[in-house]
Design a protein around this ligand. Structure first.
Ligand code: AMP
Length: 295
């Protein structure tokens, strides 16, 4: 049975009871408007733990001025129905007042990783993410928490945060779920018109093209610039970034990454009202002996 819980004492009571019964707890933080990408996280949590808490909270502190906080889709009833079908145990849907009562004054900042990519394009965004995730990890005290690789930078920041602040919760990344045409599923895809929806998969395609080019030895800056131009030509309104970076510390990668240092291509671009982000791995560089039977 799936229970909807709005307040913190009730959430804690459920968890204390589970813990006393020796059950392991999985946490899936979301902003709602759930789609198959979120459901993949819930399934991963169900497979790995005994009890699953899904949080549905549109966190105002991670939205900047002029961003889509008010427009962000809120579909709690449909979300609960989906989570019921998936067998989630608790949906935690707090109000803003519950999460940030009067007098709330604590900020959480992760250095370095938050300065680049979406951190540069959306100042303060990752402070809001770190703040709410810190609260959710404390509230839930889950054994494992599940985050999507679609938001790779967020995942890297949360791993850093959890290690630095000694959270007991293990942070688990879940591969990106895509539509058949490659578009990463996102609640913000709801902003796309039918015509824009046709254009949207170009982001994934261009990032994949950059990844393949870099693996062949094309300089990252050249491949990224070509992708940026292609996105603008395809109808994207603006490109915040197309960049190749180290998968772990997000430092820039200029040429074919050394073996053993995985790299990814990251992109963010505006299409109509939507800001879309995605990232893909750079394939491991082909070694000279590959294909000659010695692999
Ligand atoms: P959001 O509701 O957009 O804040 O996302 C909540 C969680 O779901 C985050 O950990 C996201 O990375 C993850 N997520 C969102 N979209 C996808 C997707 N297409 N595939 C996998 N995980 C996703």
């Amino acid at each position: 049975m799936t229970e909807v819980v709005h307040d913190i004492p009730a959430l804690r009571a459920r968890q204390d009871a589970w813990r006393q019964a020796g059950q392991r707890i999985g946490l899936v933080p979301t902003m709602g408007a759930l789609h198959a990408g979120h459901i993949a996280l819930v399934r991963a949590a169900r497979a790995a733990t005994d009890r699953v808490i899904v949080t549905v909270f549109v966190n105002p502190t991670q939205f900047g001025p002029g961003e889509d906080l008010d427009a962000y889709p809120r579909t709690l009833d449909a979300d609960v129905a989906l989570l019921r079908a998936e067998g989630a145990d608790v949906v935690f849907a707090p109000t803003v007042q519950t999460m940030y009562p009067p007098g709330f004054a604590t900020r959480v900042h992760v250095d370095g990783l938050t300065d680049v990519l979406c951190g540069a394009a959306r100042p303060g965004h990752f402070d809001g993410v770190a703040q709410v995730v810190t609260k959710l990890l404390n509230l839930g005290a889950a054994d494992e928490a599940f985050f999507g690789e679609k938001d790779w930078q967020q995942l890297a920041i949360i791993r850093r945060l959890a290690a630095d602040l000694n959270f007991r919760t293990r942070i688990v990344g879940v591969p990106t779920v895509r539509a058949e045409d490659g578009l990463a599923l996102s609640s913000r895809n709801a902003y796309l018109s039918a015509e824009e929806r046709q254009i949207a998969p170009r982001l994934f395609r261009e990032l994949t093209r950059v990844a393949d080019a870099v693996a062949r030895g094309v300089p990252a800056a050249r491949a990224s610039e070509a992708a940026r131009e292609a996105l603008l030509a395809a109808g994207f309104r603006a490109v915040d970034y197309v960049e190749v970076r180290d998968a772990d510390d997000l430092s820039p990668v200029e040429t074919t990454p050394a073996a053993g240092r995985p790299a990814r291509v990251f992109g963010a671009a505006h299409l109509g009202r939507a800001r879309l982000i995605d990232n893909v791995p750079v394939p491991a560089p082909a070694r000279s002996g590959d294909g000659a039977g010695d692999a």
